[in-house]
Design a protein around this ligand. Structure first.
Ligand SMILES: N[C@@H](CCC(=O)N[C@@H](CS)C(=O)NCC(=O)O)C(=O)O
Length: 253
């Protein structure tokens, strides 16, 4: 049995849902409500000691970290391959997985600043409650980012600009790769595209608003539209029963 612990429309949850759906794998969906801090509950921390979503459990095997989860899914379910056969292209696919991991870190300060269910819940706490909540964050870097956003006036302009510059460098790399092939790691749709698409959506909306256009990044913009049009992307990214607080539900691919 495959169980996915995920949180609504968060980018890393989208990334793993998309991999499962593209490969036609059924799973049991467990909604982790980060706005109620369920990701800090001891039962969840026993699965994911970092206190982050998503987490995959396959026949008792617990896998954390979205890029590693997607590689695990590919290893366990090689049908409908999402990894190039060629070693060079495979290495390039993994470089994109690395960019995807980096993008999750880059976007954190922007999410905390602009708000989502989790950020808004943190903002609703008084100072003493927030201090107590900060103690619950297992990862010091996340704790520090939240403290900075909520107690110290937010990330500085220089820090935000440096994150924007990294996002621009990542999109510029996409532009170069897409000059050579239709997908990020070559001729075939792969985990490079699966792992990156939600982050490029986040760049468009939160990190580079107004700066990701058909004029600025024509090839990446075209790729973005093409990937967002895939039926499984629409399903994985939709506001649906599995992306809202619900009891565990079976999801068919
Ligand atoms: N490197 C982790 C990042 C996961 C991550 O940042 N998850 C966010 C949702 S997209 C989360 O759990 N946020 C809650 C928090 O930061 O406490 C992965 O790829 O799985």
């Amino acid at each position: 049995m495959i169980e996915l612990y995920h949180a609504g429309l968060s980018t890393c949850s989208k990334k793993v849902r998309l991999c499962l759906k593209e490969k036609g794998i059924d799973y049991v969906s467990h909604y982790v409500d980060t706005s109620r801090f369920e990701h800090h509950h001891p039962d969840y921390l026993a699965l994911n000691p970092n206190g982050l979503v998503p987490t995959l459990v396959h026949n008792g095997v617990v896998v954390i970290e979205s890029s590693i989860i997607n590689e695990y899914i590919e290893d366990a379910f090689p049908e409908t391959p999402l990894r190039p056969a060629d070693p060079g292209k495979r290495a390039h696919m993994r470089l994109w997985s690395r960019f995807s991991d980096e993008a999750a870190t880059l976007s954190y300060a922007f999410t905390l600043a602009s708000g989502n269910g989790f950020a808004n819940a943190l903002r609703g706490l008084d100072e003493a409650e927030l201090e107590a909540r900060l103690e619950q964050f297992p990862l010091p870097e996340r704790r520090a980012a939240v403290a900075k956003a909520l107690l110290e006036g937010g990330a500085s302009d220089a820090e935000l600009e440096s994150s924007r510059a990294r996002a621009v460098a990542i999109v510029t790399q996409a532009e170069q790769d897409l000059a050579k092939a239709p997908y990020l790691a070559g001729d075939d749709y792969s985990l490079a595209d699966v792992n990156m698409i939600a982050h490029i959506e986040r760049f468009r909306d939160r990190i580079l608003p107004g700066r990701f256009t058909p004029q600025t990044y024509p090839r990446t913009f075209e790729w973005f539209g093409r990937i967002m049009d895939r039926p499984k992307v629409k399903e994985a990214f939709a506001n649906s029963a599995e992306t809202r607080p619900t009891p565990p539900t079976s999801v068919s691919a």
